[in-house]
Design a protein. Structure first.
Length: 727
């Protein structure tokens, strides 16, 4: 049906009118528009065109897209169609809105985005669902800006300057008045604070330079740029450093008298060889067992640096630590949560120095069964600082009868740790032995070697005792009927991990069925975790092992902090917290303070306030992990820069609609084979089965497949490796 919209003018279809009406109401989301205003705005001058517009509006009201205010006026229906959530900006224009309620993402066209930026909290109205169209949302209000600063490369012209930003956070480059450059020059990386956001009047983003990082390509500049990109600090405020320098490291006799004294008990730390902040130590001594001379008992102390003794709540150091919430571990440096004087010296459990601790003291038999335990503020003196590699050598030598200093004690702790680990898996813990990518770095920060670090008996020894301490103190607060427990129901910080999403488990089952694997998608918590463990065991050594491990890991939820305890699914603990790393994690410091308060008979703290702190810490943990991943990507590309043109064996580590990610087997560097570089066919993305399938030749590229690749490009600026298939 074709009608004219003006006398002798261009004729409009019903679709044209519908699009025009929709755009008009989107531009005036809170206003009631009369027929007269609508006809005038859309220049509908003929009777048939006006009647067509009225028909369209009636259909939109039927769809709940419009609300009928009177017989001759409508407005956008914001009541049933409004939601709040996060805006996700994509470089290809396929932006989306992620609802707070965890619903599926909804497409937002650029024209409907109100220039929202990646991560902004927004309010949207859902648009009328037109026939054969996907669901769309329209941003009606930007509630909170995620980013108020940007990182990029300066370009200074004669009359103006602007910042070329990295990634897809901003719609346009950021204009910078020349007087706000802070001495920055073309080609330098800089941090810019946004002073003017895009609006209907001006699409420009305007900012001012707050810090010139330095020349692009310099190692420190690039690491600082990664931190600044995520809003993470890369230097310590001077006032916080000064406050830390005023803290005395001396321990008075009065303080020692208030504590349990472990200075004469064998104690040692076990950490990575390059660690500087030692926040946990183990002590062990055999004790007299009055009940039975046959079975030996041991006192094992898990001693944790008493950060809360030095960092008082609300102090300038505490406020900075709370804001940071975590230390950030980039490939070549640590950005500590606490000033260096505290984290590397005063609080760090360095050998042959008296240190204050908060300790969980266990009485255990040689199978690590808990006979008794208590929580105490202590003073210790570490006898020895071990690296994991040293302990591993002692454990391996001890099994063959060779002896070394403290070998008997280390072998006993190893035996206990293995018993704890075995019981944990028997109780339903999920067996994920994650490998961590590491680099050897030279004096200039250049990577010389890239490799996966695997778990050993030495790392697992420490892990099991830390898990035991964390679980025990969480049970002490949360578990009903605990012996002498007067803290039941009091606000506490838990580390929680929800059960796998049923839909993700179903996707896992569907994807692995063609390989002959079965996995439970429903049943008890223990039955599902047992099924997942069986799945990964049966895939060991098989061609599809990487596929199985990757998909199983993706089916898991993320662990987080909360005052609302739901237990920890992955560890199969009903109660779990983080108590053992207060030097590098703020939640552990909060836990220390709460435990001390409740031990002294203090009242429960405000749950709402602590829940907000938990949410902040969970968010900062994720941000830090993203920055850490970006530093790995940067070093990965830097490591491969001189290997362009070389061929490597690899496997497919990710499948997307735009290509396949491949991980090199010998050094674990990952790059993308773009869709345009795949051989002559049109490939369809099978999202459910994680593969690309050729339409003509039916060639399939699936997650986990072995491939031979050639390094095509190494773009350090974009932190991007491009591969092509060599065969």
């Amino acid at each position: 049906m074709i009608m004219g919209n003006s006398k002798g003018g261009k004729r409009m279809s019903k679709r044209d009118v519908a699009n025009s009406v929709q755009a008009l109401f989107q531009a005036h989301p809170g206003e009631t528009l009369s027929f007269k205003q609508i006809f005038k705005a859309l220049k509908l001058n003929t009777h048939p065109a006006k009647m067509l517009a009225i028909d369209v509006m009636e259909e939109m009201a039927w769809d709940d897209y419009l609300s009928k205010v009177s017989d001759n006026s409508y407005k956008l229906n914001l009541k049933t169609q409004v939601q709040e959530g996060t805006f996700i900006r994509k470089a290809n224009g396929k932006n989306s809105f992620l609802p707070d309620d965890g619903g599926k993402p909804v497409f937002v066209a650029e024209r409907n985005s109100m220039f929202a930026l990646n991560g902004d909290r927004v309010r949207v109205a859902f648009m009328a669902r037109r026939q054969n169209h996907i669901k769309e949302a329209l941003v009606t209000e930007i509630l909170e800006r995620k980013h108020d600063q940007a990182v990029g490369i300066l370009q200074v012209e004669k009359d103006y300057a602007f910042l070329n930003t990295e990634g897809n956070i901003f719609v346009h480059d950021i204009l910078i008045p020349k007087k706000k450059l802070k001495g920055g020059k073309t080609g330098e990386k800089a941090v810019v604070k946004i002073t003017q956001w895009p609006s209907a009047e001006s699409k420009n983003i305007v900012g001012e330079v707050v810090d010139v990082l330095g020349k692009q390509g310099d190692n420190t500049v690039e690491m600082h740029a990664i931190l600044a990109q995520y809003g993470l600090p890369y230097k310590y405020p001077q006032r916080v450093e000064e406050a830390a320098n005023k803290i005395s490291g001396e321990i008075s006799q009065e303080e020692i008298a208030r504590r349990e004294d472990f200075r004469e008990v064998l104690t040692f730390t076990i950490d990575p060889k390059d660690a500087k902040d030692f926040d946990d130590a183990l002590s062990i001594r055999e004790i007299v067992n009055g009940k039975s001379a046959k079975s030996k008992l041991y006192e094992v102390g898990v001693h944790i640096a008493d950060v809360s003794h030095y960092v008082t709540e609300g102090s300038v150091i505490d406020r900075e630590a709370e804001q940071r919430a975590t230390s950030v571990y980039l490939v070549d440096r640590t950005i500590p949560m606490l000033p260096e004087r505290l984290c590397n010296y005063i609080c760090s459990l360095r050998p042959d120095e008296e240190k204050l601790c908060y300790s969980v003291i266990f009485i255990l038999d040689d199978e690590a069964n808990i006979k008794d335990w208590h929580l105490a503020h202590t003073v210790i003196r570490s006898n020895r600082r071990y690296a994991y590699e040293e302990v591993q050598e002692i454990l391996e030598a001890g099994k063959s009868g060779k002896s070394a200093p403290y070998a008997d004690e280390l072998l006993m702790l190893d035996k206990m740790a293995k018993a704890l680990r075995e019981r944990r898996f028997k109780n339903g813990a999920v067996r994920f032995d994650r490998e961590e990518l590491h680099f050897d770095i030279d004096a200039d920060g250049k990577p010389t070697r890239c490799y996966f670090k695997k778990s050993t008996d030495a790392t697992r020894l420490i892990e099991e005792f830390m898990l035991l301490a964390n679980r025990t103190v969480a049970e002490f607060i949360g578990k009903a009927g605990h012996s002498g427990n007067a803290t039941k129901g009091k606000t506490f910080v838990y580390r929680i991990h929800d059960q796998p999403d049923p839909q993700k488990l179903e996707n896992l089952r569907t994807a692995l069925a063609p390989f002959g694997y079965k996995v439970k998608t429903s049943g008890t918590r223990g039955a599902i975790s047992k099924s997942l463990n069986g799945l990964m065991e049966s895939a060991q050594g098989q061609r599809e092992q990487k596929l199985v491990e990757t998909l199983a890991l993706r089916s898991m939820m993320k662990a987080k902090y909360s005052t609302h305890n739901i237990g920890h699914y992955g560890l199969a603990f009903d109660y779990y917290t983080h108590f053992t790393s207060p030097i590098r994690r703020y939640p552990d410091t909060m836990v220390h303070r709460l435990l001390t308060r409740y031990q002294q008979g203090g009242r429960s703290v405000n749950q709402e306030h602590y829940e907000e702190l938990c949410e902040h810490c969970s968010e900062m943990e994720q941000t830090a992990q993203n920055a850490e991943r970006d530093s790995i990507k940067y070093k990965m590309v830097e490591f491969m820069a001189d290997k362009v043109g070389q061929e490597f064996d690899a496997h497919i580590s990710g499948v997307q609609s735009y290509g396949i990610y491949c991980e090199i087997d010998e050094n674990h560097c990952e790059g993308l084979v773009g869709m345009h570089d795949l051989d002559g066919d049109y490939y369809e993305f099978d999202e459910r089965n994680y593969c690309l399938v050729g339409r003509r030749h039916h060639r399939k590229y699936q997650l986990g497949d072995a491939v031979r690749i050639k390094v095509a490009r190494a773009n350090i600026e974009k932190r991007q490796l491009d591969f092509v298939l060599a065969d």
